[in-house]
Design a protein around this ligand. Structure first.
Ligand code: AKG
Ligand code: FE2
Length: 331
């Protein structure tokens, strides 16, 4: 076995063998539509008034109906994306024994995560590894300069994109952009590097379990392998890779803040047998004391802080293997 691979087989042996695998939903043959999510050309934001308006309308509509869309001419250069991918591959190629050390890269413990070694049910298994990077911690990676500078360049490029999308969406639901300026900064966002190794049981184990993001908005870059699926009208829909595009999705916090006008959508990644896959997600979110409260009437969700939301999802994850999310705050 490759030294860099997490010990999935070893850790999952009992759960995989002790179960009738027919009981597990078959990820490959489950209802998957190949329908494409909206693709929006952002270059129109810099054109005349009419084109700008048209583009903004598409962003708003996609966030309402889909909670997911792709953008092209997003302003993030190919060079930045390429160097991010290169460094990401390099860091995941390090031996598992090193990646799983407490202070790997000098980052806080649990920054590196793999699969779900504490799963008690085969449906909770995941075939993936991830590196969580809280942006204020990047400065600690002084021994890994090239990774750090690629991550910083990526963040520098996607932050203004996230901000301009948030500003457009906020205006539509009468939220001042100053709310975001006050609560979100480079010190409150984070990045997640994902790697999905080849999996010998792609119909039985998922790459990443279904979840909604705990952000206002997420910007995702995936490679050309595919595997990301989102839930639409009760069916899983595959997001076809587009090398020119970035994926944008609404997180639970914007759903709550907009009183459900914008939708946060469940998504997952299916595993592949023959090819590994990489993705990187930038989560635009607030500080833990930020108050999430819609000014619409009647409100759908009770007022909560981001800290409360995080505490609740962590508790739910521990207790039932699922983070449940925003439905916990429904009135
Ligand atoms: O890898 C992907 O395409 C999705 C990743 C994701 O949903 C996440 O990191 O929250
Ligand atoms: Fe996600």
């Amino acid at each position: 076995m490759d030294l860099h691979e997490p010990p999935f087989l070893e850790a999952y042996k009992t759960l995989l063998h002790g179960t009738n695998l027919n009981d597990i939903s078959n990820y490959k043959s489950s209802m998957v539509d190949k329908c494409e999510i909206p693709l929006i050309d952002l270059s129109r934001l810099n054109f005349g008034h009419l084109e700008r308006k048209e583009c903004m309308k598409e962003i708003i509509e996609a966030s309402r109906k889909w909670g997911f869309f792709q953008v092209v001419n997003h302003g993030v250069s190919e060079e930045v994306l390429k160097s991010m991918k290169f460094e990401q591959m390099k860091v995941f190629r390090m031996p598992f024994g090193i990646k799983s050390q407490e202070n790997f890269l000098n980052l806080p413990s649990r920054s590196y995560r793999w699969g779900n070694p504490s799963a008690t049910n085969p449906k909770q298994l995941m075939w993936s590894e991830a590196l969580h990077m809280f942006l204020p911690d990047l400065a600690k990676m002084d021994q890994h300069k090239s990774l750090r500078s690629s991550v910083e360049d990526f963040v520098k490029a996607v932050t203004p994109l996230a901000e301009s999308l948030v500003q457009i969406l906020a205006e539509e639901v009468n939220i001042k952009f100053s709310y975001f300026q006050h609560n979100c900064s480079a010190n409150t966002c984070y990045l997640r590097l994902n790697r999905y190794p080849t999996c010998p049981f792609p119909s039985k184990v998922v790459g990443l379990l279904p979840h909604e993001d705990s952000s206002f908005l997420t910007i995702l870059h995936q490679d050309n392998i595919g595997g990301l699926q989102l839930m639409k009208d009760g069916n899983w829909i595959s997001v076809k890779p587009n090398s020119q595009a970035l994926i944008v999705n609404i997180g639970d916090l914007f759903r709550a803040l907009s009183n459900g006008v914008y939708t946060s959508v469940k998504h997952r990644v299916v595993a592949a047998e023959k090819v590994e896959r990489f993705s990187v997600a930038f989560f635009y979110g607030p500080s833990i004391d930020a108050v999430i409260e819609s000014n619409a009437t009647p409100p759908l969700y009770r007022k909560f802080t981001f800290g409360e939301y995080q505490e609740q999802t962590l508790k739910d994850l521990k207790e039932g293997g699922d983070k449940v999310g925003l439905s916990r705050f429904l009135l």
